[in-house]
Design a protein around this ligand. Structure first.
Ligand SMILES: O=P(O)(O)OC[C@H]1O[C@@H](O)[C@H](O)[C@@H](O)[C@@H]1O
Length: 295
C-alpha cells in the first residue's frame, strides 16, 4: 500500500505546498504549474519530481516501504555522513564499525524537521533540517547541522549543506542517491561520467561503480522518452553509477523483480579518503540540479 492511500491530515502551507500526514508520517506535496513533487520528512527524501509536460524524472519503487524505519527505495535518498557500508568508510569512527551501523549513514533513516517553505509563480523552496542527537552521536561523534534545500521549478535543485557546530573538525562522506526514471535500458546513454575519457556509458547489465573524475554536468539521454536529463553537480568528488539488474532487484524486498528496467542511479557523491573536512563553524554544500530538455 502506498502512503497516499492512508492520508489522514492535510495542511496548506503556501498556495502550492501542502503538509500531509499519512500513517503518522509527514510528507510535503508540491503542486505548482511548473512541476509536481513529493518529499518525505523521514529522510528529507525526495519521492518524485515531474516537470509540467514531462514524464516523471525520478523513479520510485512500487514496493517501497513507508514505515519510518527503513530507508525508502527510490527517489533521492540522502546518504550522509558516510557512503556505503560503514566498515568500508573512512568517515566513520574507526573503533565503532560494527554491524548495527546503517549502510549509507543515518540521515535517510531519521525524521527531519521542516524549517521553512516559500512559493511564488516561479519556484517552490523548502528547507528541512537534521541536527545531532545523542543517538546519532553514538554512531558519529560530532555536532552538526544538516540542511536539505529543495528548489522546485522547471528544474530541480537540491542543496545539501553540512555545518560543523562543534569544536573539532570532522570529515564526512555522502551521496544524493538519485534514482532516475528511464524508459528502458537499451534506450539510454550517459555522457560525462569520466572527464578524462568522455565515452558514453550504456546500460547492459548490473553496474556499481564509482567514477572519480566526473564532468560537472552528466547527461542521461533517453531516446524513447525523447528527452535528455542534465545533472549538474557541485561540491562532489565522484559519481556513483548503480543498477542492480535482475538478480540484484530480486534480492530486494522493496523492489519489483523488473524494477531495474526503469531505473538508473547516477549519484553525485563525496567518497573515500578525499572526503570533505569541515572545520568548526564552517559549512560545505553538495548541490545537484536536474533539468530536462526534449531531444
Ligand atoms: O540498498 P541500499 O543500502 O539503499 O543501497 C543500494 C545501492 O546503493 C548504491 O549507491 C551502492 O553503490 C550499491 O552498492 C548499493 O547496493
Amino acid at each position: 500500500m502506498s502512503y497516499r492511500d492512508t492520508i489522514t491530515d492535510q495542511i496548506k502551507l503556501t498556495e502550492h505546498i501542502q503538509l500531509v500526514t499519512s500513517n503518522g508520517l509527514k510528507y510535503l506535496h508540491i503542486t505548482h504549474p511548473k512541476a509536481v513533487a513529493r518529499i518525505s520528512l523521514f529522510g528529507a527524501h525526495l519521492l518524485s519530481f515531474t516537470p509540467a509536460n514531462s514524464a516523471p524524472v525520478i523513479w520510485m519503487s512500487d514496493n517501497a516501504i513507508f514505515n519510518g524505519v527503513k530507508a525508502i527505495r527510490g527517489g533521492v535518498p540522502i546518504c550522509w555522513p558516510w557512503f556505503g557500508p560503514a566498515n568500508e568508510s573512512p568517515t566513520v569512527q574507526p573503533l565503532a564499525q560494527t554491524k548495527d551501523y546503517p549502510s549509507h549513514g543515518f540521515a535517510r533513516n531519521n525524521h527531519w524537521q521542516l524549517l521553512d517553505t516559500h512559493s511564488d509563480n516561479d519556484t517552490c523552496t523548502l528547507r528541512l533540517q537534521l541536527t545531532s542527537s545523542p543517538e546519532m552521536k553514538r554512531l558519529w561523534p560530532h555536532d552538526f547541522n544538516l540542511i536539505a534545500e529543495f528548489i522546485i521549478s522547471e528544474s530541480l535543485t537540491i542543496n545539501l549543506t553540512t555545518s560543523n557546530t562543534g569544536n573539532t573538525s570532522f570529515d564526512y562522506g555522502c551521496a544524493l542517491h538519485s534514482y532516475l526514471q528511464i524508459s528502458q535500458p537499451d534506450a539510454v546513454q550517459v555522457h560525462g561520467l569520466d572527464n578524462q575519457n568522455p565515452v558514453p556509458r550504456v546500460l547492459t547489465g548490473d553496474v556499481d561503480i564509482i567514477c572519480e573524475h566526473p564532468a560537472s554536468t552528466i547527461t542521461l539521454e533517453d531516446n524513447l522518452f525523447q528527452r535528455k536529463l542534465d545533472i549538474n553537480n557541485e561540491g562532489n568528488n565522484a559519481m556513483v553509477v548503480w543498477n542492480p539488474w535482475q538478480v540484484g532487484a530480486k534480492a530486494f524486498v522493496d523492489m519489483p523483480d523488473d524494477g531495474y528496467q526503469t531505473m538508473f542511479c547516477l549519484e553525485p557523491a563525496i567518497i573515500g579518503k578525499k572526503a570533505v573536512t569541515v572545520a568548526p563553524g564552517k559549512s560545505h554544500t553538495l548541490t545537484t540540479r536536474l533539468s530536462v530538455t526534449a531531444l
